[in-house]
Design a binder for this molecule. Structure first.
Ligand SMILES: [Fe+2]
Length: 506
């Protein structure tokens, strides 16, 4: 049965059984040196790859990158904001999972005739401030249980604010997926506090992959796996709340991203499923491939109306995008893997400084076609690993040709790292291969101007150059991707690898 409880019921429901909420502290002594901390320290002495998982300075980073070649293209001016985990250890105790690190928001400022600048600041949540003052970790996190943690009143007590960023009506926000969006000053990156979207909605989960319709309407969701439900958010382009409701009858999967069409909200529910509250929170989920991967399309105009498809088991973090034909057929592309071992094992192993085969990532781009009546087609592009898919933002929810993503051969961690453009209609790709010295991070597509056709613009991305022990910024002409970056800059320092970003035009 689907229910629409009022807001106060909704918050009470989530607080009562949210898995992470209202849990007592756990007191156990840490016996001797932390083996994870020690393993990483040892690896970091000889392997520059570990720079991607090394603590950033608590006071932040400010730098002017050296221009390696090229110049800022005419017409490209603005700020690339990015977010990612950047603090992994305190008091010689290290987090067990990559996704636990406290969020650091970066701003790369690009202006004609001026040097490119970089600034990064930690998101100063109460968790960050209390732990910074205490000199040790105080809270359980997504994948770790530090010694002697405090009790929790709600998910924001463990909000790492480390996954993505968005700018809505001029307000910069750091996004996580278990709790509130965190407001920051767009210039200084100073933290301002949690965003409250409306009375009774404080602290409700607001995931890290909101989608913006061509008319500016913002859609998002929040996971409530213990309730087999989702919070659905609809916001105006000015950030005002239009509607937020709990929608039930959603399998308790770990849902990280979704897609929109002009008519539907599309959720792919993978087979890492809720199995009861545990700490750390990740242990609340178990792999269950005895059931289908469910795809649920919720009608944007009536959230009680849905269509469901049952696909073979699998897992995903990210979708590219979706569109819908007049007859209701939905097309969606996603980076699917056969299992969730990257999330449950691989992202733990990188914390040791010793990536395992599970750390290398098994995701490949897939094109999924969902026909009326439950029939579907699911086609894999078997041309290498793929993650961090992005689309031309003007085509969100609309028929389109292109997805851009990070690609790799021989593994995400140790293999050659590529920037890839995929034509969804032909399946063809164009690539630029950075080789094994560079780890490419999420590319954003920036259209040349409002009237430019799809794919006419720039790709902007950051990267960790292991050889140079430094982070870089690269700009590509999207239509000449295989020619390599038209301009590149290198910071005098390395930043931890991040997750997602957004572009704010000047
Ligand atoms: Fe993500």
């Amino acid at each position: 049965m689907q229910t629409h409880p009022n807001r106060r019921d909704m918050l009470a429901l989530l607080a009562a059984a949210g898995g992470a909420a209202s849990l007592p502290g756990l007191a156990f002594a840490s016996e001797g040196a932390d083996p994870v901390y020690q393993a990483f320290e040892a690896a970091s002495r000889h392997d520059p790859w570990t720079l991607g998982f090394t603590d950033a300075p608590a006071t932040g980073l400010d730098g002017v990158p050296q221009r390696l070649h090229g110049r800022l293209p005419d017409g490209l001016a603005g700020t690339l904001y990015r977010n990612g985990p950047a603090r992994f250890s305190r008091d010689e105790w290290r987090y067990r999972h990559w996704f636990d690190g406290d969020g650091m928001v970066h701003a790369w400022h690009l202006a004609p005739g001026e040097p490119v600048t970089h600034r990064a600041r930690f998101v100063e949540t109460p968790k960050w401030r209390d732990e910074e003052a205490a000199g040790r970790f105080l809270m359980p996190t997504f994948g770790s249980q530090p010694p002697n943690t405090r009790g929790m009143r709600g998910p924001d007590d463990m909000n790492a604010a480390n996954t993505s960023v968005m700018v809505l009506d001029g307000q910069l926000m750091a996004l996580w997926e278990g709790g509130s969006a965190w407001q920051l000053d767009a210039q200084t990156l100073a933290s301002q506090g949690p965003r409250n979207w409306g009375d009774g909605l404080e602290g409700l989960p607001f995931s890290a992959h909101p989608k913006v319709d061509p008319d500016g309407t913002v859609w998002n969701f929040g996971q409530a796996p213990a309730q087999e439900a989702l919070v659905i958010w609809q916001l105006g382009r000015d950030g005002s709340l239009r509607r937020a409701e709990l929608v039930g009858d959603i399998p308790g999967g770990m849902i990280h991203d979704f897609a929109v069409t002009d008519r539907s909200l599309v959720f792919l529910v993978g087979n890492l499923r809720w199995a009861g509250p545990q700490l750390p929170y990740l242990d609340s989920f178990r792999w269950d491939d005895s059931r289908a991967m469910q795809v649920i399309a919720i009608d944007k105009s009536d959230w009680l109306q849905r269509r469901v498809w049952e696909l073979p088991p699998g897992f995903l973090f990210h979708v590219g995008g979706a569109w819908e034909d007049a007859d209701g057929t939905i097309h969606v592309d996603a980076a699917l893997s056969d299992d969730a071992r990257m999330a449950t094992i691989g992202a733990r192993d990188v914390m040791l400084g010793r990536p395992s085969p599970e750390s290398e990532g098994g995701s490949r781009m897939h094109m999924i076609t969902l026909y009326p009546g439950g029939r579907f087609e699911r086609a894999a592009f078997n041309d290498g690993g793929a993650e961090f898919p992005q689309v031309d933002p003007r085509y969100t929810g609309l028929a389109r040709r292109f997805t851009w993503h990070v690609g790799w051969s021989d593994g995400q961690v140790r293999g050659a790292s590529q920037l890839v453009e995929r034509n969804l209609l032909s399946g063809a790709t164009r690539r630029f291969d950075f080789g094994t010295d560079v780890v490419v991070e999420e590319p954003l597509f920036i259209p040349r101007d409002r009237a430019a056709e799809e794919g006419d613009g720039w790709l902007v991305h950051t990267a960790l150059n292991k050889q140079a022990r430094a982070s870089e910024l690269h700009i590509f002409e999207a239509r000449r991707l295989e020619d390599g970056p038209v301009a590149s800059w290198r910071l005098p320092y390395a930043c931890p690898l991040g997750f997602h970003g957004c572009w704010q035009a000047a």
